[in-house]
Design a protein around this ligand. Sequence first.
Ligand SMILES: [Mg+2]
Length: 319
Amino acid sequence: MVSEFEIIHRFFQRELAAPGVLLGIGDDAAILMPDAGSALVVAVDTLVAGRHFPDQTDPVSIGHKALAVNLSDLAAMGAQPRWATLALTLPKADEAWLSGFAEGFFALADRFHVALVGGDTTRGPLSMTVQVQGQVDAARALRRDAAKPGQHIFITGTPGDAAFALQQLQAGEAVEAALLARLNRPEPRIALGMTLAGVAEAAIDVSDGLLADIQHMLDASACGAQINVDAIPRSQALLSLDVESALTCQLNGGDDYELCFTVDADRVEQVYQAAEDSAVSIAEIGIIEPQPGIRCVHEDGSPCTLKVGGFDHFANNHD
Ligand SMILES: [Mg+2]
């Protein structure tokens, strides 16, 4: 087995000088410097094989997803990604696997100018922990506790796709490539998140399921919401399902890594412009209300009677 030193040197150590990195991989710790006036924003997430990604997932996708789920947390804070550290637990030092993992990880890291500044490898069942560090003007950061009655609620993209892809995989069915990518290669909404800082109010990334994550935001903000379930954008793939199955994926499915955020009424136009500038589709799906709880309704205002809950989350512990 190649040594830990060789793994890091061959697959993860790069010679590039990165902004803000005073000392990178190779010492006991990295020394980092955020831009003057910015606060440091830190998030960490662990992925475990068989729990957060199916065992048969290709290593390039795993490398992408390990970083993407963390970048999604930075997006939900309105932060600019800067650096990352990686702790990898591997059953064996499989060079083809390591090479694929590094390819997926660095392809995404390079797109968002994230420098890998440290890591650790251990032998054991396959899992990985990525910690990301970003920066934000603290006064403009998007927080879960900033929702207030009257604010409009928005969602990016088409939630529910990852859950539908997982259902098909678990049923042994063929999954169309674009749908599978929604599960394996989530796109962190970094550009939009950064643009929304100082414009939107509360935000959260949807990892546990749309309703569960909206509830997290409402709990932090001590208010409630009305959600128009018919306004939640539905992908072409979900349009092939009956309405109840599609809604179950949209409302309860996890792993979407879309952004859900609230906006004051007088900033709604600004938010549509920000989405257009970031080339991300957004939709208004509801309104924050004073009384606690989520009330799901249809377009005509009638209550949505779909029994939600009980969906078997693949990753239900993932914020
Ligand atoms: Mg999160």
